[in-house]
Every structure is written in C-alpha cells, then in structure tokens.
Design a protein around this ligand. Structure first.
Ligand code: AMP
Length: 287
C-alpha cells in the first residue's frame, strides 16, 4: 500500500515511525512524469531499503526559464500508480507553497563543480537543486538517496554537498536507462516531435564516439570533441550547447584527457534540451 503525503508533517510522522522500528529508509527524489529510468532508481531502493520514499516535486527554483517550468510535464495520478506498482511505501508530492512557505533567505551552494557543463548555461540551477535536495534530506532523513547517472553533474554536486556538510546519507548512483536506439529516457522526451525524436539518438552516438577515442588512448580534448560532434553538426535540428570532457569528481575540463573521464553534453532539439554523458573508467586493455 502506497501512502501519499502532501505535507511535511505527514512525511515526518511516517518516517519517525519507521526510524523507531530501525528500518533503513531510501529516498528517490524526482520531478515526476515517471518513466523506466526513475523506475530503476525505485527498484534499487526497494531492493536495498526497508522503506522507500519517492518525492514528486517540480521544483521552481531550479528552472532558469519560466517557460521550461510551465511546460514541464506533470502526471501525478499516473506517477502515484507507477510508485504503487513498484512497491514504494510513500509518495511525497508537496505543493510549491508547502516547500516554499515564505521568501527564502538560506540556500545551499556548491562551488567549482558547478562552473562547467550545465552550471555554465543554467545560472542558479544547481543552487535550486542543492537547496531543494537539502530540504528533502531534512524532511525525509533517508539513510540512502538514489540518483541517476544520466544527471552526472547533479549527482557529483550532491555528493559534494553531502560530504562537505556532513549529511548522514549515502548517495547511490544508478546507470542510465536508454531506449533501444540509445536515447536516454527523460521526461522531456515527450516534447520531441517525430523528426526530432528520430535524430535524438545522435547525441549518445557522439558521446560514445568520444568515449571510444579516449579508450583507445587519444588525449587531445579538442581533437576528440571535433571528431565526436561531426555527426551532430551535420544535423540541422541539433544545436549543441556544450560537449565537454571533464574529471568525473571535480568536473573541471581536462587539458590532457586521461581516465577516468566524463564526456558530457547538452543539446537543443527545437524547444527541448537534452543532456547525456558517458563515463570512461579505464583505457582499452593492452594500452
Ligand atoms: P528528474 O525527474 O528528471 O529530475 O529525475 C529524477 C531522478 O531520476 C534523477 O536522479 C535522474 O538522474 C534520474 N533519471 C532520470 N532519467 C534517468 C534515466 N534515463 N536513467 C536513470 N536515471 C534517470
């Protein structure tokens, strides 16, 4: 039975009870319009924790464009059903006024790790993310929290927040779930037109091409970048926002590429912004 809570008090009452029973609590923070990518996070939490909380909250403070916030898909009743089917114990779906009852004067900000990739193009985005995730951690007090590797920068930034501010929570990372043609599942994919959808997997192909070059020992970031994005730049539908090779921990660009390396990209297809990344852990054996 999945309980749906809209107030912070209801969540606190439930988790206090579970903590009293010494249950391990897992939190899966989401913005809803749930798909199999979110499902993989909920399934991992279900396997590893006695209690699973899924938060569904389209957080206005992490959107740097009002239109993107307004257009973000919302599907609460099917999300609740989705969580029920996957055996979540609690869905926390607060209103904006429940999460932000008055003007905010306190924020959480992670420096340096937010200077590149999405941080460079979405001013204020990560401050919105870290602040809302810190709130959720204080409300739910989970032992573990589950994040997708699709949002690699988000996960690295949250890991750093947790480490630097001593949050007593383990941050887990779940592999990106993809469509059969390679496109990473995203709530935003619903907004792609048929032509955009048909070319969308080219983003992942470009990342894989870069990863392959890194694995084979190519170390010049500009050379890798140019070769990798050649396929994308030929497609008129795509507008590349960034395509960078960075250190996976501090997210700084590498002057000379060595493993481990994170290749991450964002690109616009019409009105829809897609992000994706590939982590290259080791060179090809024999190199
Ligand atoms: P969102 O609702 O897009 O904010 O995502 C909520 C969580 O689900 C984040 O930790 C995402 O990284 C994760 N997530 C989103 N899409 C995927 C995917 N395709 N595979 C794995 N995790 C995902």
């Amino acid at each position: 039975m999945t309980f749906v809570a809209t107030s912070i008090a209801e969540v606190r009452a439930a988790v206090d009870d579970w903590r009293g029973q010494k249950d391990i609590i897992g939190l899966v923070p989401t913005m809803g319009a749930l798909h199999a990518g979110h499902g993989a996070l909920i399934d991992a939490a279900r396997r590893e924790c006695q209690r699973v909380v899924v938060s569904v909250f389209v957080n206005p403070t992490q959107f740097n464009q009002r239109q993107d916030f307004d257009l973000y898909p919302r599907a609460l009743s099917s999300d609740i059903e989705f969580c029920q089917q996957r055996g979540a114990d609690l869905v926390f779906a607060p209103s904006v006024s429940a999460m932000y009852p008055h003007a905010m004067r306190a924020f959480v900000e992670v420096e340096r790790l937010t200077d590149h990739l999405c941080g460079k193009f979405r001013p204020g985005h990560f401050r919105g993310v870290t602040t809302v995730v810190a709130k959720l951690f204080h409300i739910v007090e989970p032992h573990r929290a589950y994040f997708g590797r699709k949002d690699a920068q988000q996960r690295a930034v949250i890991r750093r927040m947790v480490a630097d501010l001593h949050f007593p929570v383990e941050i887990e990372g779940i592999e990106t779930v993809r469509e059969p043609d390679g496109l990473a599942l995203s709530s935003r994919n619903q907004r792609l037109g048929p032509q955009e959808r048909s070319v969308a997997p080219a983003l992942y192909r470009a990342l894989c091409r870069a990863a392959e070059m890194i694995r084979s020992g190519v170390s010049d970031p500009e050379g890798i970048r140019r070769a990798a994005i050649a396929g994308l730049t030929r497609l008129p539908e795509f507008r590349i926002e960034y395509f960078e090779i960075v250190d996976p921990e501090d997210l700084q660009p590498m002057a000379e590429v060595k493993t481990p390396a994170l290749v991450a990209a964002a690109a616009w297809l019409g009105q829809t912004r897609l992000i994706d990344n590939v982590l290259v852990l080791t060179p090809r054996p024999g190199l």
